[in-house]
Write a protein that binds this ligand. Structure first.
Ligand SMILES: CCCCC/C=C\CCCC/C=C/C(=O)SCCNC(=O)CCNC(=O)[C@H](O)C(C)(C)COP(=O)(O)OP(=O)(O)OC[C@H]1O[C@@H](n2cnc3c(N)ncnc32)[C@H](O)[C@@H]1OP(=O)(O)O
Length: 311
């Protein structure tokens, strides 16, 4: 996979080529096969298929059509360019497999779901690098938010900023009921700003007032508070998280696919179309913003603060 990743990264980045997400997804794609009656995944005698790359483990239960994508990029599952590339490759494989109808995103790293965008990718890099990185961030969001599959985030650890975005892009969020785990779009605390499509995704989940307050203050919400404001849909003991996620997906898959998919598309289309229509402009905005000396200083100070906290 290491050899494949840079090739795909270039493919995502090259403006002349079709981006991966130019394939129609939740909008305008044929419905997946409906297996009929809902079946509890744990009761099935089925075959499991697994594949993995350096950073993501994927397991597909062929009986239930439910896959699990386990993020395993130590130390903190930060969303680097390589990670995002491998993530999109894995998700595309599942999208192309008509037997796969639902995906659970979870983490293989104890206590951390994802620490968000890899800050080092945004520090003192070339303009070309920033463009490639930001296109990959957009790609991840377009793929997850626009997926035809049922998507559930099983949030088994803290999930700031980009990690929170991944969870927000799913159809349903279940978090481990550990008050030490936190989640939120904390960009303001880093001295940076969540782009409009992060904000729109957040607003669509928690509503305008809660989102505005939380974004302005760069809040990281504890698991109980995240439940209270509707940022996550339920809390369960950590050991029950994966079973609960599979049960939720089975419930959603009990509905006819075409009805669920068209409804999802209707709810999300405006927000998705807005980024698709302004993708290049959004990349240019990111570059102008991130190359400001004051922003570079803020990111540097934040990284120093993380190091100090450790030592
Ligand atoms: C007006 C138009 C505006 C347009 C604007 C356009 C764009 C700008 C917006 C960009 C959007 C940004 C989104 C993001 O996701 S930014 C990232 C936000 N993430 C965070 O704030 C999380 C920071 N990390 C933590 O809080 C903690 O590390 C933790 C995740 C809670 C884990 O804590 P712990 O287990 O104690 O681990 P350590 O803190 O010791 O960390 C281990 C090592 O990992 C490094 N680390 C952590 N997070 C990141 C990261 N996100 N990126 C890169 N590296 C990270 C940390 O420094 C440690 O490294 P070391 O071992 O070398 O010291």
């Amino acid at each position: 996979m290491a050899a494949v990743a840079p090739t795909l990264a270039r493919r995502i980045a090259r403006p002349g080529m079709l981006p991966l997400c130019s394939r129609p997804q939740a909008w305008g794609r044929a419905a997946r096969q409906s297996p009929g009656l809902p079946r509890a995944p744990s009761l099935l005698l089925t075959q499991r298929r697994a594949f993995s790359n350096n950073k993501i483990l994927v397991e597909l239960d062929e009986g239930s059509g439910i896959a699990t994508m386990k993020l395993k990029s130590p130390p903190v599952n930060s969303l680097s360019l390589d990670f995002l590339t491998e993530f999109c490759i894995s998700l595309e494989k599942l999208e192309n497999n008509r037997g796969c109808r639902g995906v659970i995103f979870t983490s293989a790293i104890p206590k951390i779901f994802s620490s968000g965008l890899d800050i080092t990718e945004m520090c003192r890099k070339s303009t070309e690098h920033y463009a490639e990185f930001w296109r990959a961030v957009q790609e991840m969001w377009l793929r997850v938010y626009g997926s035809n599959m049922v998507t559930v985030a099983a949030i088994n650890g803290s999930s700031p900023a980009g990690g929170c975005l991944l969870a927000l892009s799913c159809d349903y969020r279940i978090m481990a009921e550990n008050p030490k785990f936190s989640i939120g779009l904390n960009e303001a605390q880093l001295g940076i700003v969540a782009p409009f499509w992060f904000k729109d995704t957040f607003v669509n989940v928690v509503g305008h007032r809660v989102a505005e307050r939380s974004l302005q203050l760069g809040c990281l919400h504890s698991a109980p508070e995240a439940l209270r404001i509707g940022l996550v849909d339920e809390l369960v003991p950590e050991e029950k998280l994966q079973d609960k996620a599979a049960a939720v997906i089975a419930q959603w898959l009990a509905l006819p696919d075409h009805a669920r998919q068209l409804t999802k598309s209707m709810m999300r289309k405006l927000v998705l179309d807005r980024l698709v229509a302004h993708r290049e402009e959004d990349i240019q905005n990111f570059i102008s913003f991130i190359t400001k000396e004051s922003i570079q200083k803020s990111l540097h100070m934040y990284m120093e603060m993380l190091k100090k906290k450790k030592g």
